[in-house]
Design a protein around this ligand. Structure first.
Ligand SMILES: Nc1nc2c(ncn2[C@@H]2O[C@H](COP(=O)(O)OP(=O)(O)O)[C@@H](O)[C@H]2O)c(=O)[nH]1
Ligand SMILES: [Mg+2]
Length: 237
């Protein structure tokens, strides 16, 4: 029967880094069920950041990035010998389980995440994460925009109005009404990243009878990421 498992030999390209992107399934519904605060629920973001930390510990990616209900993992060391079925099943199920554990509440329905694999060359990495960060910013504008319009109009009217506006129109509309998006917290605009950092450790060398400095790596959750640029990624990758 083993020969019926026709997809089991499908593998990611050899010698290529990959990005795995996970996205919460029907999280607009889950947001309603859990009464998530609009436009941004800080606890939800805390939970997603903790899920990223779990992913970091389990799969040793080089970089993890999250905003809204999505997470991207940059993997240098490819797990499961590159088997697509394994990567696209174990990582999203681990993610959903971690999400439930950190949320610590009763769910109306079990949450799930979809998963896709994107092989990338080194020059694509910055391009990819800039693309997702641009989406984070667009999402920020749209979320504040619809939140504001729904505070003034019916849901239908608010939806109709926002569909005729592009991001800069919404930004301007909010600004005219005293909401300056430049002042909102960085993570809402630019997302959250997890990566390795060096920590300076000052110890004492008894033999030499003097202080000794060493460096230890640790997993850092960055709530204040800059606009992604080459310099930022040079330090990480
Ligand atoms: N209220 C609230 N909802 C959120 C927050 N973050 C994500 N969401 C919801 O999650 C959805 C994610 O978008 P998308 O993946 O396109 O929708 P999906 O197909 O329903 O998962 C958003 O449309 C919101 O409804 C948050 O901080 N607060
Ligand atoms: Mg989703």
């Amino acid at each position: 029967m083993k020969e019926y498992e026709v997809y089991s030999s499908l593998k990611v390209p050899k010698n290529s880094k990959i990005i795995v992107r996970l996205d919460g399934r029907s999280f607009h519904k889950l947001a309603e069920d859990l009464n998530l605060i609009k436009p941004y629920d800080e606890n939800f973001y805390e939970v997603m950041a903790n899920v990223c930390k779990d992913l970091f510990k389990e799969f040793s990616p080089t970089f993890v990035y999250t905003f809204s209900d999505e997470i991207s993992l940059l993997l240098d060391k490819i797990p499961f010998e590159g088997r697509v079925e394994k990567i696209n099943s174990v990582i999203p199920s681990f993610t959903a389980a971690s999400f439930v554990m950190h949320y610590g509440t009763d769910f109306k329905k079990p949450p799930s995440f979809d998963s896709r694999i994107i092989p990338v060359s080194d020059k694509d990495i910055l391009k990819y994460f800039k693309w997702r960060q641009d989406e984070s910013w667009k999402n920020c504008i749209a979320s504040y925009g619809i939140y504001f319009l729904k505070s003034k109009y019916s849901n239908k009217e608010a939806n109709d109005r926002i569909s005729g506006l592009n991001s800069s129109d919404i930004h301007e509309l909010l600004y005219q009404n005293g909401i300056n998006l430049n002042d909102v917290e960085t993570y809402k605009k630019r997302g959250i990243a997890v990566y390795r950092k060096n920590k300076k450790v000052v110890g004492f060398n008894k033999k030499k009878n003097k202080e000794q400095i060493s460096y230890r790596t640790y997993n850092y959750v960055d709530w204040e990421v800059p606009k992604f640029n080459e310099e930022f990624f040079e330090k990480i990758i």
